[in-house]
Design a protein around this ligand. Structure first.
Ligand code: NI
Length: 197
């Protein structure tokens, strides 16, 4: 049967689906995920995102796709080939104290989100993580990501727990896109391993 891919509507800030804890995908469900995963990819690429979590298209399941093109949008940050992650679990590979990781173990990214249109804000996260998940065939995956890709995967897995980047951002850094473009220098948009000036 021919099935066209579909670009789905993306849930926006305030929609309750973004605040729910998404449920685990059961082992018997993985083989039927193909169409949904293809929709997630198509929707992410159409919207120009580097990651998408299933709740963002109103499917409250623990599914994430990430694809960082080492394009002009994020030059020099390291790309990530397409990763399709079922039931992903992220574990920091640096020590995280009550006030977060040490400066040298942190990455600060002005994050955006397809579900929070038009806004950016700076979030501090551990700069190196392990990701354990199943792939689209149900085979176990174990990856280690550091730097910008580590920030991307943490952002996406947060979605599965109903957490948005605005919850973690330093509120004084929040900026709409035109102002972000005008006033936030390129050099401080991603700072890996030292407190931004
Ligand atoms: Ni997001």
């Amino acid at each position: 049967m021919l099935r066209a891919m579909a670009i789905r509507k993306i849930a926006q800030l305030g929609h309750p689906v973004l605040r729910q804890r998404a449920r685990e995908v059961g082992p018997g469900e993985i083989s039927a995920l193909g169409p949904l995963l293809r929709d997630m990819l198509e929707t992410m690429r159409d919207a120009g995102g580097v990651g998408l979590a299933a709740p963002q298209i109103h499917e409250s399941l623990r599914l994430v796709v990430v694809e960082v093109d080492e394009s002009d949008r994020y030059p020099g940050l390291g790309g990530v080939p397409l990763a399709v992650l079922v039931n992903p679990v992220v574990t920091p590979l640096v020590e995280v104290g009550p006030h977060g990781p040490a400066e040298a173990d942190s990455i600060w990214v002005y994050e955006g989100c397809l579900s929070v249109s038009g806004l950016r804000g700076r979030v501090r996260r551990p700069r190196k993580v392990r990701v354990e998940a199943l792939d689209a065939t149900g085979a176990p995956l174990r990856l280690e990501w550091e730097g910008f890709p580590a920030a991307v995967i943490q952002h996406e897995v947060d979605h599965l727990d109903g957490i948005l980047f605005v919850d973690r951002a330093d509120s004084k850094t929040l900026a709409f896109l035109p102002e972000f473009g005008r006033y936030v220098a390129g050099a401080i948009r991603v700072v890996d391993g030292a407190e931004p000036a």
